[in-house]
Design a protein around this ligand. Structure first.
Ligand code: CUA
Length: 168
């Protein structure tokens, strides 16, 4: 199951639980002689929610798959510079099947460095911000042409801020 599917499932379960609590409260509200939930079941609920919170927090600490985890090969790093409204990428060909590290920065305003495959499917993205170099690592599994887009509105020619590179 994908991370997104798990997130959706957890969200739906929690929303259903909250809705059930509201429904129970609404049902018992205003009823003469309504039974107040016992102290024990409330304590159980609090500990249950605490347990869920701990599990969700720990699960969210799993490293992001595109985090730079190792020292890349010297020939597998690429420097990307964003500017209004173009990408300056210091290589046009990248290696296949090894971790490629993108060092992404900007010379003017915030941009969003996003890479898609030839069908337009987004593979990864990172923000580029003035004064920072953001690193993102990716292993290309198919040779071909990849497209670079800007994912942060950065002015009138934002839509034209595209580029491409080849993987082989
Ligand atoms: Cu750069 Cu939008």
């Amino acid at each position: 199951m994908s991370t997104q599917a798990i997130s959706l499932l957890v969200s739906l379960v929690l929303m259903a639980a909250i809705a059930a609590i509201f429904a129970a409260a609404a049902r018992s509200a205003g009823r003469p002689g309504a039974v107040i939930p016992s102290e024990r079941s409330r304590t159980g609920l609090i500990y249950g929610l605490l347990g869920v919170g701990v599990v969700v927090t720990l699960a969210s600490l799993i490293p992001w798959p595109h985090t730079v985890t190792s020292h890349p090969e010297p020939d597998a790093t690429v420097n990307v510079s964003g500017a209004m409204w173009y990408w300056d990428i210091d290589r046009t060909t990248l290696p296949l099947g090894v971790p490629v590290v993108f060092n992404a920065h900007t010379i003017d305003v915030n941009h969003g460095f996003g890479v898609t495959d030839s069908s337009g499917r987004m593979l990864f993205q990172t923000q580029v911000m003035p004064g920072y170099v953001n690193q993102v690592q990716y292993i290309f599994k198919r040779p071909g042409t990849y497209h670079v887009v800007c994912l942060e509105y950065c002015g009138v020619a934002h839509f034209a801020m595209t580029s491409e590179f080849t993987v082989k």
